[in-house]
Design a protein. Structure first.
Length: 570
């Protein structure tokens, strides 16, 4: 059970910006027992559908954080798209298609269908879980200056109260993370580059509206990107009258559309041909210009950036918010170890090194999708799976990996990544159902690997056939810092031996055979160490893998004694 962090403790980390990236980071750190402050200069929490697409990999991470059940209670599936002729209402339907055809979940991938939940509601869920751990977002609070040295970051905060008065405060903290968006203070103050392009010829005006008695069974569209596009998508609103609407195109009157609700409503009615549309409220109305950018580093000294502060994606493909929370998941456990003086300094360097190639690859993918949507080649027939409207598995982020990272250990060799093929260190750790705990050391009711993985510990899966062979692995795990790793011996399907043979170690039986199959243990790994961010940190046969990984991740100048040297293990 997680215990709230004492609110009187000085913060070890200041998080600037309370969007999904900042909230996930704060929750991850608090679950690791690290005191934080999370501030946002906005006077109130945002509402609306921005960043509503939640990819399968994000669902897995939300499960690790313990927030997925709340998200699944409020989400909606992605509806079919119905395209109609401009101005025809629903009378001239051009096509009906599914952007995300249903995929049957597998034992390794229990979430294979993306979902929709407005970012405003997702952030509300994350804030609720933060509150349970004793932290609240400090609204109206802005970081206006900071300086760092070898020991800390000195910050200047400005808080605007409800009565309009301003209070300033000086704060010293170990680390600062800027998750304050593309226009945020932290990236600019630290001089991070923001390389890429702004698409000046593609204008979007986006709104959240209430429409009475409107069809919620489809995602409705009229027109196309080359001329003018109108899209109306139903939302997760329980009252059934909220919709997300966009008008886009190279020649739209975006200035009037984005500043005048009346003008926007008129445009919706004209483009759709639904002149009697009952729009009762314009909840949000914003102009959006597509940026495709990223920084060349995610850290400078004790200052880090994450999410939109570090990269800007076209929203086609639904990658931006999902990528942002993966930044925070990668950084959170590393910062937790660093603040407790348990991590090697190189561990924090790995945040930027691991995320940069991932972001670059995703930006290329979304740029390709955008180009196909905005400026398709009329002479080239595009296969359905390569259509910019097809949300296939290549967008689900299950293949995101950090193979080749300096802080992962792979003793099984290298090959090109392909989902469902042989696992390697740095890959996403697959799930496996049919787990049967054989003693009381694990979470009650655990039936899947995902029930065992956690955001505040490494999980060491040991695949051996008797207690004698398990001893070298277990002994080397004792040299890890206390409470940083959970050893779990995985007995094969049909293995009926007594757990007494393994003393006090956590033991599970792989009753369906999925764990041994997913982790290739018959001809491969005997040890797999899964990081708190759900990636495989170490994989191999020899017990020496355990010690090699400990040295890369945990060893500090005041390091724990070397297990391999004490035991003579390679």
């Amino acid at each position: 059970m997680l215990v709230p962090v004492d609110s009187k403790l000085p913060p070890k980390v200041l998080i600037v910006g309370a969007g999904p990236a900042g909230l996930v980071l704060a929750l991850s750190l608090l679950q690791n027992g690290v005191p934080v402050r999370i501030i946002d200069k906005a006077p109130k929490h945002p509402v609306g559908q921005r960043g509503s697409g939640i990819q399968p990999r994000s669902m897995e991470l939300y499960r690790t954080l313990g927030v997925l059940d709340d998200i699944l209670r409020q989400h909606i599936p992605i509806p079919e798209i119905r395209t109609c002729k401009v101005g025809s209402g629903f009378s001239q339907v051009i096509s009906v298609f599914d952007t995300s055809p249903f995929m049957t979940p597998t034992p390794e991938c229990p979430y294979l269908n993306p979902i929709l939940l407005g970012q405003g509601k997702t952030q509300g869920i994350l804030r609720h879980h933060l509150s349970r751990l004793g932290r609240e977002v400090e609204l109206g609070t802005e970081l206006v200056d900071m300086e760092q040295d070898d020991d800390c970051v000195t910050c200047r905060l400005k808080k605007t109260k409800e009565d309009g008065s301003v209070v300033e405060e000086d704060l010293k903290t170990d680390y600062v993370v800027g998750s304050d968006g593309g226009r945020g203070f932290v990236r600019k103050k630290m001089g991070f580059t923001f390389l890429g392009e702004t698409r000046h010829g593609e204008h979007w005006v986006i709104a959240d509206l209430r429409i009475k008695n409107f069809d919620k069974s489809y995602w409705h569209t009229w027109g196309d990107f080359q001329n003018t596009l109108l899209t109306i998508r139903p939302t997760d609103d329980a009252g059934n009258d909220e919709f997300w609407i966009a008008i886009a195109g190279p020649d739209i009157d975006w200035q009037n559309l984005s500043t005048s609700p009346e003008h926007f409503i008129e445009g919706v009615r004209k483009l759709s041909g639904l002149h009697s549309l009952e729009i009762s409220e314009v909840m949000t109305l914003n102009y959006y210009r597509i940026n495709i950018r990223m920084t060349d580093s995610f850290s400078k000294g004790r200052v880090f950036i994450a999410g939109d502060a570090a990269h800007a994606h076209p929203f086609i493909g639904g990658q931006g918010m999902n990528t942002s929370i993966q930044d925070s998941f990668n950084l959170g456990w590393k910062l937790a170890l660093a603040t407790k003086s348990l991590a090697s300094p190189r561990l924090l360097d790995s945040y930027s090194a691991e995320r940069l190639p991932v972001i670059a690859k995703l930006l290329e993918l979304t740029k390709e999708l955008l180009q196909k949507a905005v400026n398709p080649d009329p002479h080239t027939e595009v296969p359905e799976e390569e259509s910019p409207y097809h949300r296939g598995i290549r967008l689900y982020q299950l293949d995101v990996n950090c193979r080749g990272s300096t802080v992962v250990v792979d003793r099984l060799g290298e090959e090109t990544y392909k989902l469902g093929k042989r696992l390697r260190a740095g890959d996403r750790a697959p799930d496996a159902p049919g787990i049967v705990p054989l003693n009381a050391g694990l979470r009650p009711g655990a039936t899947n690997l995902f029930d065992i993985f956690s955001s505040n510990k490494h999980t060491a899966l040991i695949f051996v056939k008797d207690s004698e062979n398990a001893k070298p692995y277990l002994k080397l795990l004792e040299y890890y810092p206390p409470n940083t790793v959970l050893p779990v011996i995985v007995l094969q399907q049909g293995d009926k031996r007594s757990v007494d043979e393994f003393a006090k170690t956590n033991v599970v039986r792989d009753s369906a055979g999925h764990v041994w199959r997913s982790y290739s243990t018959e001809d491969g790994a005997k040890i797999a160490i899964v990081r708190p961010d759900g990636c495989v940190g170490a994989l191999g046969i020899s017990p020496g893998v355990v010690d090699r990984y400990r040295k890369l991740v945990f060893e500090t100048s005041c390091s724990f004694s070397s297990g391999s040297e004490a035991m003579g293990v390679d």
